[in-house]
Ligand binder design. Structure first.
Ligand code: SF4
Length: 390
């Protein structure tokens, strides 16, 4: 029987975990109180010139975002990196799975660097390859192996993407999940979708876009024998959802929606599809990070919005649109703690190390994993009718 490794590992993968625990860095981080940090980051970036390209995810802190050459969601950033073949170093201010995707999509001579290896994603870490392989074996034993098509959210590790590539599946983002699911069900007669790691994106897409009932979607719990499901439940299901979630988006509550509607009657509730199904059902609009940004940009002055996504982005949108009333959906939800590990001291340390000729915290996906992950990513890129965005 295969061994199940750590179920939740919000740390970098494939490297020495002992050296990555906490916020320890192998190098000499400048103190956060150093008033020269901004000037040091600017000087190092200038010294590197075209050799470096800094990517900033929308959920990053302002102190880091100010140094980004481009901002975006995870998929847009990976493609931006691929479109800069002359940049020797890609400094990815985001989390580990994003840097892996950038490494997969960039050339062999480009080196992708994550300023803090402890910037992982708790959702991505909820689906580990050994667990997924055990689930796959169980589905084969239940007699449904031939009808299952695996689909993974972009927010997953490279080895899970590779698993999907090897087994006839693909990757999706939060803006093309419906097209990806449609592709999946067309691959086999009586196809069932195995969706990971985010049960909420899977359920919201299956129910709201594919016309499945909530009961058509069962949840596979990797910590219970046979996923906590009977063979009959597996055979009857249209979607098998991995029991994973985003620790930020999963905390928004339907009660917060009710409270805000009572407080601000003309408010529009705009949420990300990683939110729970009961929250999405109560919202007015649901869509990806890019959809949220575009919706707010297009909104009329004087309109009121409550946004259910990561706090750094909501705060930045509120600052950029003072003519609109923009509030955070839930007072109990905070920043993405792993995203926020990338701070100015780590960025300065990374850039100054590159100036000195030392590549720190390189993220490198092995060739076999890269080959199959690319198969799953290319199937997504070939989907009809959509520009892929996270
Ligand atoms: S916001 Fe959620 S999905 Fe995104 S990196 Fe943080 S934990 Fe992962």
């Amino acid at each position: 029987m295969a061994t199940v490794d750590l179920p939740l590992l919000p740390l970098g993968r494939g490297t020495d975990l002992n050296s990555e625990r906490g916020v320890e860095c192998p190098g000499d981080l400048p103190p956060a109180s150093d008033p020269a940090l901004v000037a040091r980051a600017r000087a190092a970036k200038d010294a590197l010139g075209e050799k470096v390209f800094v990517l900033g995810h929308h959920y990053q802190r302002d102190e880091v975002i100010q140094f980004a050459d481009v901002t975006g969601d995870s998929f847009k950033l990976a493609r931006e990196a691929a479109a800069r073949p002359d940049a020797e170093y890609i400094v990815f201010c985001g989390v580990h799975f994003m840097a892996e995707s950038a490494d997969i999509l960039t050339g062999p001579d480009q080196q992708v660097v994550l300023p803090d290896l402890a910037a992982g994603c708790s959702m991505a870490d909820m689906a580990r390859l050994t667990q997924v392989e055990m689930a796959w074996d169980a589905l084969v034993k239940a007699g449904i192996g031939d009808s299952v098509v695996p689909v993974t959210y972009m927010n997953s590790s490279a080895d899970i993407k590779a698993f999907c590539g090897r087994n006839g599946g693909l990757v999706c983002t939060s803006s093309n999940a419906d097209v990806a699911l449609q592709w999946a069900v067309e691959q086999k007669p009586d196809a069932k979708i195995l969706f990971f790691p985010d049960q909420h994106l899977g359920r919201n897409t299956g129910v709201l876009k594919m016309g499945y009932s909530v009961d058509d979607c069962v949840v596979w719990d990797p910590h219970r024998p046979n996923g906590g499901l009977t063979t009959e439940q597996l055979r009857d299901a249209r979607m098998i959802l991995w029991r994973g979630h985003c620790s930020v988006h999963g905390r928004f509550s339907p009660e917060a929606v009710d409270d805000l509607r009572a407080e601000i009657p003309d408010i529009t509730i705009l949420v990300h599809p990683e939110c729970r199904h009961e929250v999405v059902l109560k919202a007015d609009l649901v869509g990806s990070t890019e959809f949220i940004i575009q919706t707010i940009e297009a909104a009329p002055a004087g309109s009121s919005w409550a946004i259910g996504t990561e706090l750094n982005l909501v705060k930045r949108l509120a600052d950029a649109h003072p003519d609109k009333r923009i509030v955070f959906l839930d007072k109990a939800v905070c920043f993405c703690s792993t995203m926020n590990r990338i701070d100015l001291p780590h960025l300065v340390w990374t850039l100054e190390s590159l100036v000195a000729g030392t590549v720190v915290n390189r993220i490198e996906v092995d060739a076999e994993t890269e080959k199959w992950a690319l198969v799953a990513l290319e199937r997504m890129l070939a989907l009809p009718g959509r520009t892929a965005k996270d």
